[in-house]
Design a protein around this ligand. Structure first.
Ligand code: NAI
Length: 331
């Protein structure tokens, strides 16, 4: 057996963490031969609830789980971790404006960036799930300057999984037969789910998804809005936001980053280098491939006029969010 790795989950007493922690501890993320030591961070008033989660983890009798550290202190939580799932964030309360939510949350991510800068390994891989995920990841990276900015990512994998599942259902194939659908931009309603480069295996042949569906008006309207609004549809039905699927997506994101994406593209929010005419230095979701613990943006794709408008709109929103967040952090 390998040496255990330390992994932190924040928002550990919340609903996404409730599914995510099990997936990490059971081997679904770091592999069936990699023991893990879990650090669980939440705020002080949630320590009682977190104690219950720790009891349940013990009761799962998981062979790969070598220890658990529940804490409300960021510097304990981030100490020596190889992977950080930053799920904890302030939920939107009634009457709260989007701006207030952004302000409350970027302060959390500023503080966590500072703590990581002090105590985390310099090769820690950080996945931000808590919203606004892209801008939180950017702020976290800014306040952890000793850790490479490539190590900070935001989650758009849930949107990718939703998009892939919609396309597979439309074509009538198993979900794994569809690959290379892309989520561009922000994890928000301006995101651009793009099937133009996706491919599908039908029987023994591989086809372009647009040819298999043969309905551009579906791909340029219903498909996009269904994916953009899927989170709201889940809330309307469940009266709570997506948790099981968000946890699964977080596991997929981190697993592919550590273990490689193989011959599939995956979407990750990463600090933009200006690829595809996007604003530099915002956390923008691109198609990437991963190998040896590193991601690389897929280059050379053709951007249609329609796609250009979509990329520009989501890029503009991210540039605005970044400015708002930087203003908040000055205080
Ligand atoms: P939840 O409200 O059930 O849990 C959040 C937890 O974070 C709570 O236990 C809370 O006490 C904790 N928390 C708050 N401030 C904290 C801090 N400073 N340090 C550590 N923990 C802190 O929320 P849920 O459903 O688990 O969602 C968490 C976040 O994930 C939300 O921001 C949500 O919008 C976001 N989300 C993102 C998705 C994505 O695709 N990127 C998908 C679904 C949700």
């Amino acid at each position: 057996m390998a040496e255990p790795v330390k992994v932190v989950v924040t928002g550990a007493a919340g609903q996404i963490a409730y599914s995510l922690i099990y997936q990490i501890a059971s081997g679904a993320v770091f592999g069936p031969n990699q023991p893990v030591y879990l650090h669980l961070l939440d705020i002080a008033p949630m320590m009682g609830v977190l104690e219950g989660v720790v009891m349940e983890l013990a009761d799962c009798a998981l062979p790969l789980l070598t220890g658990v550290l529940p804490t409300f202190k960021p510097e304990e939580a981030f100490k020596d971790v190889v992977a950080a799932f930053l799920v904890g964030a302030m939920p939107r309360k009634e009457g709260m404006e989007r701006k207030d939510l952004l302000a409350a949350n970027v302060r959390i991510f500023k503080e966590q960036g500072q703590a990581m800068d002090k105590v985390a390994r310099k090769d820690v891989k950080v996945l931000v799930v808590g919203n606004p995920a892209n801008t939180n990841a950017l702020i976290c990276s800014k306040y952890a300057p000793s850790i490479p900015k490539e190590n900070f990512t935001a989650m758009t994998r849930l949107d990718q999984n939703r998009a892939q599942s919609q396309l597979a259902a439309k074509i009538g194939v198993p979900v794994q037969n569809v690959k290379n659908v892309i989520i561009w931009g922000n994890h928000s309603s301006t995101q651009f789910p793009d099937a133009s480069n996706a491919v599908v295996t039908v029987g023994n042949t591989q086809k372009a998804v647009p040819a298999a569906i043969n309905d551009d008006s579906y791909l340029n309207s219903t498909f996009i809005t269904t994916v953009q609004k899927r989170g709201a549809a889940v809330i309307a039905a469940r009266k709570m936001s997506s948790a099981l699927s968000a946890a699964k997506a977080a596991s997929d994101h981190m697993r592919d980053w550590f273990l490689g994406s193989g011959d599939r593209w995956v979407s990750m929010g990463v600090v933009s280098d200006g690829s595809y005419g996007t604003p530099r230095d915002v956390v923008f979701s691109f198609p990437v491939t991963t190998a040896n613990g590193k991601w690389k943006i897929v280059q050379g794709l053709t951007i249609s006029d329609f796609a250009r408008k979509m990329l520009d709109a989501t890029g503009k929103e991210l540039a605005e969010e970044k400015q708002e967040a930087l203003d908040v952090c000055k205080d």
